[in-house]
Design a protein around this ligand. Structure first.
Ligand SMILES: C[S@@+](CC[C@H](N)C(=O)[O-])C[C@H]1O[C@@H](n2cnc3c(N)ncnc32)[C@H](O)[C@@H]1O
Length: 243
């Protein structure tokens, strides 16, 4: 998307409302799954955001550090109870190095897609691997890509239609770069607002190859946080990689 600025997607307009709009109801299951993989060890969340997952995981007793690009998202994290206690480095999750290794590194909520090239996504796997203790695991949660199957690679998905407002996602997918450009358009009495985002979509098989490049391999894959089997009907995958 010409002129797209990734920082804007999670900048001052978005960060204060992020939690309200992003809570999916599976946060407890996510924390349970991650806590089981962390054991008694430490965790690093790539793209920790407002701490939607990192803070409850820390509250349950797993020490959590984070890497995050948006200072505005980290401001929201810091404003929550316990938010000042987490060590968070501001920067790109594919490049920033923490001075530690972890038993669990995790990247959830489709956020690997915020890296818009295959090279950057591979570098992210390599960075995750570089932060793992010898027995540590990298957990990746991502939606199954579907945009390539939409006719013409351009589509509009209705998010909600109410009496006094409407929200639609206007999307264009480039099958060469695998980048989906999505514009969330909201129309209500105050006018029109736009929330753009670009995401590079990849299949689980492509992520598995990225893992191999980074010296990791797939050890578990589920269709959700409750250990649901991963099947052709799964709309997302929760993948666990180890050395
Ligand atoms: C969908 S949110 C997920 C936040 C958090 N992990 C959660 O589950 O609520 C995506 C987050 O990724 C961050 N982000 C995007 N690109 C990034 C990058 N290259 N490095 C680090 N963080 C990034 C954004 O600023 C935003 O906070």
């Amino acid at each position: 998307m010409d002129g797209f600025d990734p920082a804007h997607s999670f900048g001052p307009q978005v960060a204060p409302n992020y939690d309200e709009e992003s809570m999916r109801g599976d946060e407890d299951d996510t924390v349970d799954f991650l806590r089981a993989r962390a054991g008694t060890g430490r965790a690093l969340e790539l793209a920790i955001g407002t701490g939607r997952i990192g803070l409850p995981l820390a509250m349950r007793g797993t020490p959590v550090d984070g890497i995050e690009l948006s200072a505005d998202m980290v401001d929201e994290l810091r404003a929550k109870p316990g938010g000042e206690d987490l060590q968070v480095s501001i920067g790109d999750m594919s490049r920033v190095r923490m001075d530690a290794t972890y038993d669990l590194v995790y990247l959830v909520f489709n956020t690997i897609g915020n890296l818009l090239t295959q090279d950057d996504q591979v570098r992210c796997f390599e960075n995750a691997a570089a932060h793992l203790s010898p027995t540590g695991v990298f957990v990746l949660e991502c939606r199954m890509p579907t945009a390539q199957a939409r006719p013409g690679h351009q589509f509009v998905d209705v998010q909600h239609v109410e009496v006094d407002n409407v929200a639609v996602d206007v999307c264009a997918y480039d099958p060469v770069t695998q980048v989906l450009d999505k514009q969330r358009v909201r129309i209500d009495a105050d006018g029109i607002s736009l929330s753009p985002i670009s995401l590079r979509l990849a299949s689980p098989a492509e992520f598995d190859l990225m893992a191999r490049i980074a010296g990791l391999h797939l050890v578990e894959r589920f269709g959700g946080w409750r250990d649901e089997p991963f099947t052709p009907a799964s709309w997302r995958h929760v993948s666990v990689y180890a050395r």
